[in-house]
Design a protein around this ligand. Structure first.
Ligand SMILES: Nc1nc2c(ncn2[C@@H]2O[C@H](COP(=O)(O)O)[C@@H](O)[C@H]2O)c(=O)[nH]1
Ligand SMILES: [Zn+2]
Length: 337
């Protein structure tokens, strides 16, 4: 929480918007309290996304290009963007007809909720970091935060990315609509930027994400709901989850942002390309292992049909051999390390 406080201070928000230190502390404490103890969408994820946003603001020298109110909107949106996430995505909310889906008529139920919780916190005077801004400024901040948090709904990914691509050739920092789209892109990039971090940080985050995914698909199976395919433990592995995501979601998004800010190439694109190579190799190793296993099983079967059934002792040895195999994923990981 202290580091988040430092980010507000470093970006000069304390002075520019007359934010009292104890109000900022109370705000951040309320935020901390309203993140749940779940594998991925927890307070640490909020911290990482905010830290990435803070880093992007400095790396791109946004302070010289945009009003500080826009920067305040972006940093605060990052802090609040997954408040009270339950660990079950929008598809689940809608299919299970949860309270959130009912309240928001199936329209981005989670993101609407994260935003509503943020403004619940800001409604309390003691945690309202915007309590000293003018009515007009508050209106702009509220509009901006709503826009940014709602933009993190991944079902809107192509819509937002295409809008950004269409304005990029004539991007103008003085154009309000252009800035709004850029703000949405920046929070999206920050939100899904784990793979831009060093591998030893990024990989454990993927484990946490898959834990949350697998938990959801298990519950979907138990409740007889449609099973979200990219969350199904019977279909998804660590590398299969990442290669597609990096190729089709991360790189196309990051490359467009780097078209506007070439200085980002080295910071966010290079590590993501490296991660793609890493998971592609892991996927190949897994595939080889699967093929080897299938071949040994076939060989064993044909031996059985030509020689006849094995003695119990033989089959025990086989079972023992099978059980002593390390699991596919860790072997693939070892091959690469
Ligand atoms: N397969 C992967 N999916 C990812 C990764 N990082 C993020 N995501 C997906 O995007 C959303 C992001 O939105 P959030 O606001 O919910 O955090 C997340 O839920 C995942 O579905 C990744 O590295 N691999
Ligand atoms: Zn998030």
């Amino acid at each position: 929480m202290v580091l988040l406080q430092v980010m507000y201070t470093d970006l000069d928000f304390i002075a520019a918007f007359n934010i009292e230190p104890e109000v900022l502390q109370q705000f951040l404490f309320e935020v901390y309290r309203r993140y749940n103890n779940i594998p991925f969408h927890n307070f640490k994820h909020c911290f990482c996304v905010t830290q990435m946003m803070y880093g992007l603001i400095w790396l791109t020298d946004l302070k010289s290009k945009m009003d500080s109110i826009d920067l305040l909107i972006m940093l605060t949106s990052a802090v609040c963007h997954d408040l009270d996430h339950t660990g079950y995505n929008n598809a689940y909310q809608i299919n299970a007809r949860t309270e959130l889906a009912l309240r928001y008529n199936d329209i981005s139920p989670l993101e609407n909720h994260h935003c509503a919780v943020a403004f619940e916190i800001l409604e309390k005077t003691e945690s309202n970091i915007f309590r000293n801004v003018s009515m007009d400024q508050y209106k702009r901040i509220r509009e901006g935060i709503i826009k940014c948090i709602l933009a993190t709904d991944m079902t809107r990914h192509n819509e937002i990315l295409n809008k950004f691509k269409s304005i990029l050739p004539a991007f103008d920092f003085n154009n309000r609509d252009h800035r709004d789209v850029l703000m949405m892109i920046l929070i999206k990039v920050s939100d899904i930027s784990n793979e831009a971090r060093p591998m030893e940080v990024a990989e454990p985050w993927l484990d946490c994400l898959l834990q949350e995914f697998y938990n959801q698909s298990d519950v979907e199976k138990l409740e007889g709901l449609p099973v979200t395919p990219f969350m199904d433990r019977d279909k998804v592995t660590k590398p299969s989850s990442q290669t597609g995501f990096i190729r089709f979601v991360l790189l196309p998004l990051f490359i467009e942002l780097a078209n506007l800010f070439p200085c980002l190439e080295h910071h966010i694109i290079d590590p993501v390309r490296k991660a793609l190579d890493y998971y592609t190799e892991m996927e190949k190793a897994l595939e080889r292992e699967k093929q080897n296993r299938a071949q040994s099983e076939n060989a064993a079967k044909s031996k059985e049909t030509t020689v006849g059934p094995q003695s119990p002792a033989d089959s025990h040895t086989d079972a023992g051999h099978e059980a002593s195999q390390p699991d596919a994923q860790s072997t693939a990981g070892q091959c690469l390390s």
